[in-house]
Design a protein around this ligand. Sequence first.
Ligand code: PSV
Ligand code: MN
Length: 426
Amino acid sequence: MKIQQEQISDYNQRELKSHTESFDFLANRLTNNGHNVNDIVSNLADFQVAIPSWALGAGGTRFGRFGFYGEPSNLEEKIDDIGVLHSLTQTAGAVSLHIPWDIPSDYNTIKEKADALNIKFDAVNSNTFQDQKNAAGTYKYGSLSNTSKAVRDQAIQHNLDVIKIGDKLGSKALTVWLADGSCFPGQNNFQTAFQNTQNSLIDIYKGLPEDWSMLVEYKPYEPNFYSTVIQDWGASLMLANGCGDKAYTLVDLGHHLPNSNIEQIVSILQLKGKLGGFHFNDSKYGDDDLTVGSIKPYALFLIFNELVYGMQNNPQNPDLAWMIDASHNVKDPLEDLIQSLEAIQEAYAKAMLIDQKALKVAQLDNDVVKCQEILQGAYRTDVRPLIEKARLITGGAIHPINAYRNLGVRDQLIKERGKHTVATGL
Ligand code: PSV
Ligand code: MN
């Protein structure tokens, strides 16, 4: 299924009057307050977030999975779905592949399809948290950290293969997330596991093409419940530093213990030029992989405040690989992803409204009340007309969810693919 530009333009005509009224009102107010509305809208229009190839079907928990009709059953169909998201939102111009779930069967066809839909290949993800059919070694007791050299070598080789696959598609980064760790005290020697991981990562790093980077993701627990080798940003940063300049830390919002100050983590990593990638989602308890901004929108805004500050003040930090890492258990995955994209844009827009100069003055004066007024003033602004404008000028839909429903996208996908298709992934 491909949405035609005329379908979106026709739909937008119906929403245009009300959008224009709310945009003009907000733009006037912001301009009077010294904001450059054009710059904000153009930054929003430029902001692209990768969609993970494994999140286009229904997710599941270890208690079960409830399928969603019309799911994509191969990589081509997944790219089609991202094409739908991108034409409606103009924000989903990239895909992040998980290998071996999504190895292209025909590279040229996949590249041509993605090109036609204006979709780039972002970071590729390796998978050493599941055993593959016919593999010689098992990852039950770890992969890059395993006590067996043969298993470590197998996991290293897998990562090198993933780089080769990504290279053929135009990716420029490898994301490594390890499930390695232990379930019980005494099961692992922490130092040996860490050192093995470092050495394995160095071997992978040596295989990176010149213009590639390696993103090291951390997570405190799950699937291991006593210890995880790369448990936090400190462990990730040490490993990245141990590899070299092209290795960075990747922050996944769901990979922190409750009440962690994630905004402070991203801030300091950017200062050190070591924040490389970002996985968006939201959570109430653990790594819940819920829709971005559905539980803690203010925390997301505070994180974006630091990200925007870093993008403006830390040239030592590279451009980030942005990705949504969510799972859709009860919602239509495409609607859920549209909601996540909107929440990201909203937090970004609000963060751009923070008057950084005034904030600095208030900080120097130790005027704590003023600091809060500045942050919350930006947070309380309804920025949706700015996001609508960014979509409108780039050819997207003023209200993507309404347009998606109005155009009957899911019904069309069910007609094309049937009810019982199942997407690869978790
Ligand atoms: C692990 O929880 C994670 O966040 C990693 O990014 C994986 O690649 C992804 O989820 C899918 O399992
Ligand atoms: Mn992740």
